[in-house]
Structure formats: C-alpha cells, structure tokens
Design a protein around this ligand. Structure first.
Ligand code: TXA
Ligand code: MG
Length: 328
C-alpha cells in the first residue's frame, strides 16, 4: 500500500528526502493535488509520465516556493509577468515564460517555454522549501481523467505508482490554476481558465486577455477537446437538445434542484448558487457520480463569469466537445 501521511514535520522531511532522491510525492496545493518530482532530475520526471500514463508531448508545470527561484528557470521575466507575480503569487496562477537552459526538455515536452507557479498552500510551499528544488508537478490523476481534490482520489487513480502521499485534506479551490502564456509578450494568452478569475487579471493589467482557441496542435493539452473526464459519459443540459432517458441517469446540478425525481442520483455543486463553492465541489461531485454505476451524467450549465468559466471549461472537456464546436 502507498503511504498516506498527515502533514507533520516528520512526514514533510521524509517527503522532501524522497523528492531529493528522485522519487514521486503527491501533495496538496490550493487547487488540486499534484504529483511532484525534482525538476532537474530527468529520470524522476520520466516516472511522472509513466505513472500518469501521460503522453510525452504534454509539458509539466514547475512549482516554486519563492519568486527568486525564477532566475534559474526562465531566461527572461518581463514587466507584465512581474506585475502579475507581485499581485497574484502565491496563488492559482501559472505563467508560461521563456525557459532557461537548466530546465530539462522532458519537463517542457521539448518547448522553449516553461510553465511556472507559486502555490499558496502551506504544505506545498513547505515541501518545495525542504526539497531545496523547484518541483515539477502535474495534477495527481491519470491523464485525461478527473483531477484529484482529496488524497483518496490520488490513491484510487495512481495507487502504487507514488512513493508517498501527503494528506492535507480537501483542496480549498478545487479547480486547477489559470494558465497565462506570456512567452510572446506583449501578447497575453489565456491557455486555461482556472482558480484565478481572468477578470481579476484584466483589472490589474488594464487590458483584455486573449482567449486561446483550440487548434489541431494545442499549446496546452488542457486545451484538448476531451480531458478532465469521468469514465461515465457526460452531457451538458442544453434546452435545444433531445433528452436521453434510458438507463440510470445522474444529475450534476448547479443549485438545489426543484424537481429531482427523474434522476437516479443527484449531486449539487452549491445549494445557494455560489460559483466559488461550486468550483470547490466540482471534482468531488464528479468522482461520486462516476462511482454511482450510472449510464449517463447530465450537468447543468453555470454562469460563465469568475470561477464559472473554469467550471464550464472542465464540463465541456468532460463532455468531449470543444468550446469552438459548441459556438458553431
Ligand atoms: O493547479 C494546477 O495547475 C495543478 C497543481 C498541481 O499545481 N497542476 C496542473 O497540472 O493542473 P497539469 O499537468 O494537470 O496541467 C498543466 C497544464 C497542461 O495542460 C500543460 O499542457 C500546460 O499546463 N503546460 C505546461 N507547460 C506548458 C508550456 N510550456 N506551454 C503551454 N502549456 C503548458
Ligand atoms: Mg491535469
């Protein structure tokens, strides 16, 4: 059995020594659980790809415990990046910047850019500090499947592949970080809506962020049309679409539904309709629905503002239909 340890001093020291010796540790961040390895150890990073069954073309985010660590990871940090870092780090914002020579290409999947974030979760920060290295860490789930917001989700999906899991309870934000590409500055591109609402970034910079559309060759596999998926088929409830009623059907409701008798299982994201609470509950609700032996999950759409953008992005990808197709 993989070791799942409460985040005490001793556990953190053991986890840090596992990272330094080239092992893999799953740890909580404020967004979702990450599967971490020393960024400079190529064999350790290769193990991440194996354990997650992640294609090698999918680059990994590097986690730092202070902005000073950027100097060894990027060749250049422009004014816009500095402004965003000052305002939003530590927190759920990942910046894509030109990489330094020290970052191995296995981390960036051959790209000349590297994605970096400073998490705000105290356990993540403490682990990075004690490991004495930035930590490369994708979400601690199998490639393409639901992201983990509890240690149990990590055990279910990755089990024995991990050397240790640090238990920090449920992750407080519940959806992954927002990813902004600054590598072709001054242009600024949103690669993935996430835990930091894009409106807040626009307010600080005083300009619009361009939303990257899905292309045949995505800049970020989080942009692939099918991702973040339960094993059970999922459909977003749309008024104009025919309703399927055969088999066992579940509902992912945004608010407390008025009539729920039709559905075999109902999960509610936020009884009062609060988007933050909905994001916090999103993956836990989806994990439970996925384990309920259903034939189909219907998901109610949520308003696309603030964290609602990240929620709808994950639901569309769980459905396997890109936003571009939907817009057509
Ligand atoms: O909140 C998060 O970001 C979590 C926690 C663990 O920090 N991590 C996470 O990692 O969501 P992952 O690997 O599941 O998603 C990272 C996304 C991927 O879609 C990847 O393609 C993109 O970031 N990415 C990484 N490096 C990139 C780069 N150089 N250019 C463009 N996209 C990049
Ligand atoms: Mg992921």
């Amino acid at each position: 059995m993989v070791e799942v340890l409460e985040a005490c001093e001793e556990a953190l020291d053991r986890a840090a020594s596992i990272i330094r010796r080239g092992g893999l540790v799953a740890f909580p961040t404020e967004t979702v659980y990450g599967l971490g390895a020393c960024v400079f150890n190529q064999e350790a990073v290769a193990k991440i790809f194996e354990v997650k069954k992640r294609p090698r073309f999918d680059p990994i985010i590097v986690h730092v415990s202070n902005p000073g660590q950027l100097s060894c990871l990027c060749s250049e940090v422009g004014r816009t990046a500095k402004k965003l870092i000052e305002r939003f780090w530590p927190g759920p914002l990942t910046l894509v910047l030109p990489k330094s020579r020290l970052v191995p290409y296995i981390v960036t999947a051959g790209l000349e850019t590297v994605a970096i974030r400073m998490p705000s979760h105290p356990i993540a920060l403490e682990l990075i500090k004690r490991s004495e290295t930035p930590i490369a860490a994708p979400s601690a789930n199998l490639f393409g499947f639901l992201s983990p917001t509890t240690p149990e989700h990590v055990v279910e999906q990755l089990g024995e592949g991990v050397d240790m899991i640090i238990d920090g309870g449920r992750t407080p934000i519940g959806v992954e970080s927002t990813i902004i590409d600054l590598s072709s500055s001054p242009e600024l591109t949103l690669l993935r809506p996430g835990g930091l609402p894009v409106e807040e970034i626009e307010k600080v910079l005083g300009r619009k962020v361009v939303v990257s559309t899905i292309s045949k060759k995505p800049r970020s596999p989080g942009q692939l049309p099918k991702h973040y998926s339960p094993r059970t088929p999922l459909r977003i409830l749309r008024n104009n679409k025919k309703f399927e009623s055969k088999g066992r059907i579940g509902l992912l409701a945004f608010k407390q539904p008025r009539r729920q008798g039709f559905f075999d299982v109902v999960e509610v994201l936020s009884p009062s309709g609060d988007l933050r609470e909905a994001a916090y509950n999103l993956f836990s609700c989806l994990h439970r629905l996925d384990q309920a032996g259903l034939d189909l999950i219907y998901a109610e759409p949520v308003p696309e503002t603030g964290l609602g953008r990240a929620i709808m992005d994950r639901l569309r990808k769980a459905e396997g239909i890109s936003s571009v197709e939907e817009a057509r």
